[in-house]
Ligand binder design. Structure first.
Ligand SMILES: [Zn+2]
Length: 344
């Protein structure tokens, strides 16, 4: 079977499309014929260094994905052969205190597809049965695949961590990337007012078309001043953040007193000034978040199906064009997910 494998670190030449033997399915595991996956920023991190992430090369890339069940044990609840499913990327221990309390995203022995073990950019994968969620029937495999990482991350940030309520306001930094776009789509569907920032006017225009209530050009405008103008000098209830150091100061100064700042990334650096005086005097809540639990993925999938809220796919690449897809991701120019079609 065909796979996209990482054979080293640094440059596109360490990513190769190769042939591997079919995985052998063990008890409790399900064999899935993969149809599509989407790229995530961490794929670039794995390609370029992978530092701090325990893994052995060669390793198949890809965290999210969707496909059709090919083989499984009899009587797995809710699953059957021929079913269209999407993949939950975290394989967890099931016994630690976090797994026991349904917070397996905090599992001390978590292993992620495409980071610590072979991933989804493969014609077939085998995963524990619990890692599969039935996908919305009328969706494409690309759309379903995209729920598993970016939308799940945005869902946990907004719903479980920031506890966003209808009528509240949200500021999203750096619109265009997978998580921020998911944040915009989900926050709007939850009835929030959403403001977004970007350094690119075309991305702001597209965000407006998707329902953003206000846009801020972060190179030509002062973000905090604009937030105050848009909110009647109040500030936003929730700041949704994955840019890091470059915007952290603006994030702290854009939140209303008692507001929540939820962060899931630090692309531009992870050691900004903390401004603790502002944090305690204004009683800000700073919430860390990453990925989400299986139950959150199921709730997200139900919500998206009910609302027919589909992830935005910018472009779909053939498996053999993986280098072009990774280059596009690295360019930062994309607006929406970059998908890879695994079956022709
Ligand atoms: Zn665990």
């Amino acid at each position: 079977m065909k796979t996209v494998d990482l054979i080293g670190h640094g440059g596109n030449e360490v990513v190769v499309v190769g042939e591997r033997p079919m995985p052998e399915r063990g008890a409790g595991q399900v064999l899935v014929r993969m149809h599509a996956a989407t790229l995530n920023r961490v794929d670039l991190y794995m390609r370029d260094s992978g530092a701090g992430i325990t893994h052995t090369l060669p390793q198949t890339m890809g965290l999210d994905g969707a496909g059709v069940i090919e083989a499984m044990d009899e009587g797995e609840p809710g699953l059957h052969i021929g079913q269209k499913v999407l993949v939950y990327p975290a394989v967890t221990c099931g016994v630690c205190e976090f797994c026991q309390s349904g917070e397996e995203v905090l599992c001390t022995r978590m292993s992620l597809l495409g980071e610590h073990r072979d991933g989804t950019l493969s014609e077939y994968i085998r995963v524990p049965a619990r890692n599969l969620v039935p996908m919305p029937d009328s969706w494409t495999f690309e759309e379903a695949a995209a729920l598993g990482v970016n939308h799940l991350t945005a869902w946990r940030m907004l719903v479980s961590r920031a506890r966003l309520q209808a009528g509240e306001s949200v500021l999203i930094f750096g619109i265009g990337g997978g998580v921020s776009l998911a944040g915009l789509q989900l926050a709007k569907a939850m009835g929030a007012r959403v403001f977004v920032t970007s350094t690119q006017q075309d991305k702001l225009d597209r965000a407006l078309a998707l329902g953003a209530d206000g846009v801020i050009h972060s190179r030509e405008q002062d973000v905090v001043q604009e937030v105050m103008r848009l909110t009647g000098k109040r500030g936003v209830d929730v700041v949704f953040e994955n840019v890091g150091q470059a915007v952290w100061d603006s994030a702290l100064r854009s939140a209303v007193r008692g507001g929540r700042i939820v962060t899931c990334g630090a692309t531009t650096g992870d050691q900004p000034g903390a401004d603790l005086r502002r944090v305690f005097i204004r009683q800000l809540q700073i919430l860390g978040s990453t990925l989400g639990n299986l139950e959150e993925l199921k709730a997200l999938t139900r919500f998206c199906e009910q609302q027919d809220l589909r992830p935005l796919i910018e472009k779909t690449y053939a498996l053999d064009d993986i280098h072009a897809a990774l280059d596009r991701l690295a360019s930062g120019q994309q607006f929406g997910k970059l998908a890879v079609r695994i079956q022709g």
